[in-house]
Write a protein that binds this ligand. Structure first.
Ligand code: AMP
Length: 416
C-alpha cells in the first residue's frame, strides 16, 4: 500500500513512524512533511489546504491511501477532492469536519444527539455575550466559533477579559465551566463502525500547574491510571455512536478520526469539544502504544470496512511526550534558532526546518519538537521523555516540567 500523508507537524511525524512500521505500507510520501519525517518518507511540497493540489499529488504519487493530519485541509475539503479521484482517504468530508470547524455546529449536533456537554449560547454581540456570561457566572468560558489552532478559547475569572475576547472573535460560543480532569479519546471510524484508541491526557496551558495561556498542547501521556473503569464504553455509547448517527442522519457521515475532548465532572463525562483529526501531542503517546499496524487500521476506516477489522492490540506500559516550545510561545514564538541533540529515536519534530545554505536544523514554529518515550509504567516513561528533552539544546526554549506528574503521584481526582 502506497500512502500519502498530508501535514508537517509532530502529529504527522508520529503518524509517519506508525505508518512505516506497518509491513503493508510499501511507500510513504509526506507533504509537506518536516525534517524529522524526511528520515522515513519522501517529502513533497504542497499547499495542504488546496484540495485540487492535494488530489493531484495523490494521483501523481499513485497513493492507495491518503491520510490527512491537520484540521485546516479537512475543513477546506481536501478529503472530498481526494475521494472524488477514487482514492481512499482517512479524514472526514468538509461537511462532517464542521464538527471541529464550527463550535456552534458541534453544539447543534450534540444537542440533537442528546450528547452530554456544557450548556452554551452562540453570541454575536456584546449584549447577548454579557447575558450569557452572567447566567453561567465565573469562571467564564468563551470560544471562537471558527478554527483557531487550539488557541481560540479563553477561560477566565475576569469578566472584561471574557468580553474583550468575544469582541475580538465576532461570533463566539459562551458556555458553562466544566470542572474536572480532562480526557482525550480518539475514535477511528468509517462513519458507522468505531474503534476507540487508548484515552490520553494533554496539557493545554503553557505553564506548570496549568498556568498561562492555552496552547496547541505542551505534553501528553497515556494510558490514564485514574480513569474510571467503563469510561470508554460509556463514551462510545453516550457520545460517539449518537454523534455518528446524527451526522449520518444529516447526510454527512463522519469517516476518519473523531477526537472527543471530555471533562470528567461530578455529573459524569461531559464533552468539551470534538476535533475531526488526531490530537497533537496525544497522537505521539497513543501511537507509541499501538501494536496493531496503523496503515491497515486507517485503510479500513477509509474504505468502510472497519467492522471487519480485528480488535486493537496495545503494548503494555505507558507513554509520555513532552513538548519543547520556542521562546515566546504561544504569543510570539521566535524562530530560526539552531537545534542540537535532536537526532535521537523518540525525538518527534513539529516546528523544525533545515536552514538554507548550511542545512542546520533550526526552529520554525511555536512547538518545535517533542520527546516521546515509553516505559514499563508512567513514572518510567516520564523519566525517559524528560531525559530526551533535556538532551536537546535550543536557545530560549521552554517546556513544562510537570507533564504526567500528577498522574504518577496519584493526585488526579474526579470531583463529586
Ligand atoms: P477547546 O478548544 O474547546 O478544547 O478548549 C481548549 C481548552 O479550554 C480545553 O482543553 C479546556 O482546558 C478549556 N475549556 C474549554 N471549554 C471548557 C469548559 N466548558 N469548561 C472548562 N474548561 C474548558
Amino acid at each position: 500500500m502506497r500512502v500519502l500523508l498530508v501535514g508537517g507537524g509532530g502529529r504527522e511525524h508520529a503518524l509517519a513512524l506508525g505508518l512505516v512500521a506497518d509491513p503493508a505500507v510499501s511507500a510513504l510520501v509526506a507533504a509537506p512533511g518536516n525534517p524529522g519525517i524526511a528520515s522515513v518518507a519522501e517529502l513533497r511540497t504542497v499547499t495542504a489546504t488546496d484540495p485540487a493540489a492535494v488530489a493531484a499529488l495523490a494521483v501523481e504519487t499513485a497513493a492507495d491511501l491518503v491520510v490527512i493530519g491537520p484540521e485546516a485541509p479537512l475543513v477546506a475539503g481536501v478529503a472530498d477532492a481526494v475521494r472524488a479521484k477514487g482514492i481512499a482517504v482517512f479524514g472526514p468530508s468538509a461537511e462532517a469536519a464542521r464538527l471541529e470547524g464550527s463550535k456552534a455546529f458541534a453544539k447543534d449536533v450534540m444537542t440533537a444527539a442528546n450528547v452530554p456537554t456544557a450548556r452554551a449560547y452562540v453570541c454575536t454581540d456584546e449584549e447577548s455575550t454579557a447575558r450569557a456570561l452572567d447566567e453561567f457566572g465565573a469562571p467564564y468560558v468563551v470560544k471562537d466559533d471558527g478554527l483557531a489552532a487550539g488557541k481560540g478559547v479563553v477561560v477566565t475569572d475576569d469578566r472584561s477579559a471574557a468580553l474583550a475576547h468575544a469582541a475580538e472573535c465576532g461570533r463566539v460560543v459562551v458556555e458553562e465551566f466544566l470542572d474536572g480532569p480532562e480526557v482525550s479519546l480518539f475514535v477511528v471510524t468509517d462513519g458507522e463502525a468505531a474503534l476507540p484508541l487508548l484515552p490520553a491526557q494533554d496539557f493545554k496551558r503553557v505553564g506548570d500547574g496549568d498556568t498561562g495561556p492555552n496552547t496547541g498542547g505542551m505534553g501528553a501521556y497515556a494510558p490514564l491510571p485514574w480513569a474510571p473503569p467503563g469510561l470508554v464504553d460509556e463514551v462510545m455509547r453516550d457520545v460517539v455512536h449518537p454523534t455518528l448517527a446524527e451526522l449520518r442522519r444529516r447526510g454527512a457521515p463522519f469517516a476518519g478520526l473523531l477526537y472527543v475532548g471530555l471533562a470528567m465532572t461530578a455529573a459524569g463525562p461531559r464533552v468539551i469539544e470534538f476535533n475531526a483529526r488526531f490530537g497533537d501531542p496525544e497522537t505521539q503517546v497513543v501511537l507509541a502504544l499501538l501494536e496493531t499496524p496503523l496503515g491497515g487500521l486507517l485503510h479500513a476506516a477509509a474504505t468502510g470496512t472497519l467492522a471487519e477489522h480485528p480488535p486493537l492490540r496495545w503494548r503494555d506500559g505507558a507513554a509520555v511526550t513532552v513538548v519543547l516550545a520556542a521562546q515566546g510561545y504561544p504569543a510570539a514564538p521566535r524562530t530560526g534558532d539552531v537545534i542540537t541533540g535532536a537526532d535521537r529515536p523518540g525525538i518527534i519534530h513539529a516546528g523544525t526546518a533545515l536552514r538554507a545554505g548550511d542545512g542546520a536544523l533550526v526552529s520554525a514554529g511555536g512547538r518545535v519538537l517533542c520527546g516521546t518515550a515509553t516505559g514499563v509504567d508512567l513514572a518510567a516513561a516520564r523519566d525517559a521523555a524528560y531525559a530526551l528533552v533535556d538532551g536537546v539544546e535550543l536557545a530560549g526554549s521552554q517546556h513544562r516540567t510537570d507533564i504526567a506528574a500528577a498522574a504518577v503521584e496519584g493526585r488526579i481526582t474526579i470531583p463529586g
